[in-house]
Write a protein that binds this ligand. Structure first.
Ligand SMILES: [Zn+2]
Length: 244
């Protein structure tokens, strides 16, 4: 199965990652990071893993001013950077996306959802519950920006495990696309293991930024990917050549 990666704009973090100074105005990094999404060309249909950010997120007033989370990163994106226009630029019809799998529900993973209201939008049930309502807003989600007409299908990871993963959700019922737990960044964050019996890719979302963090935080997953030759791809770092 072919897996394509493309970035829905860039995110510019603050210099440094600690201390209260980072909440003051200015101090933006010279470097920007991609906001990657991944498209799997499965024989049964196209599957999009995460939907990236939307152009409106680059405008003033999109994020609640009171929330510290949104003062640490700035999105830089135009309309053409959104997931649906990017698919069209690749010669694909967004209407042909059959499934959207969301690693978790932070804004830079769900911002492009409005272009995929027709799809089967799959989310881990406890992540969906954490992200909703006032509690979700306080935790740094933006449920108020969830697009109208898009209703996700919450699923449980109640299928059998694979490799270092204790459980899974089998998206296509042939174990070719498995949602697997990759907790940490959020408690119920998931990854997608592509080609399960002979896996080729682990789409890891925000579970880790680079291979060093993967080795440190999930050594069993790192060893599995290394031994089986599984490419690990992440939202803000590891690209198509990102083998562990
Ligand atoms: Zn996140």
């Amino acid at each position: 199965m072919r897996v394509r990666a493309f970035s829905t704009g860039r995110v510019r973090p603050k210099h440094g990652t600690r201390g209260v100074r980072r909440y003051l105005p200015g101090g933006w990094s010279d470097e920007t990071l991609p906001v990657n999404v991944f498209l799997i060309e499965h024989p049964a249909g196209l599957c999009l893993f995460d939907t990236g950010e939307r152009a409106e997120a680059a405008r003033r007033g999109y994020f609640p001013w009171w929330h510290p989370y949104f003062r640490l990163a700035r999105f830089e994106a135009g309309e053409a950077d959104e997931a649906a226009p990017q698919l069209r630029a690749l010669g694909l019809d967004p209407q042909d996306v059959r499934w959207v799998v969301l690693s978790h529900l932070h804004t830079d993973h769900v911002g492009g959802l409005k272009g995929f209201a027709h799809a089967d939008v799959v989310v881990h049930a406890p992540e969906w519950n954490r992200a909703r309502g006032l509690g979700g807003r306080i935790r740094g989600y933006l449920p108020q920006r969830w697009p109208r007409g898009v209703s996700p299908r919450p699923v449980e990871l109640d299928g059998p495990g694979v490799g270092p993963f204790a459980c899974s959700h089998d998206l296509v019922a042939d174990r070719s696309l498995l949602l697997v737990p990759l907790p940490g960044h959020t408690p119920d964050h998931v990854g997608l293991l592509v080609g399960a019996e002979r896996p080729t890719h682990l789409l890891a979302g925000d579970a880790f930024e680079d291979t060093a963090e993967l080795e440190r935080t999930a050594p069993a997953v790192a060893a599995f990917c290394r031994e089986r030759g599984v490419a690990v791809l992440t939202t803000h770092g590891l690209g198509p050549d990102g083998r562990v």
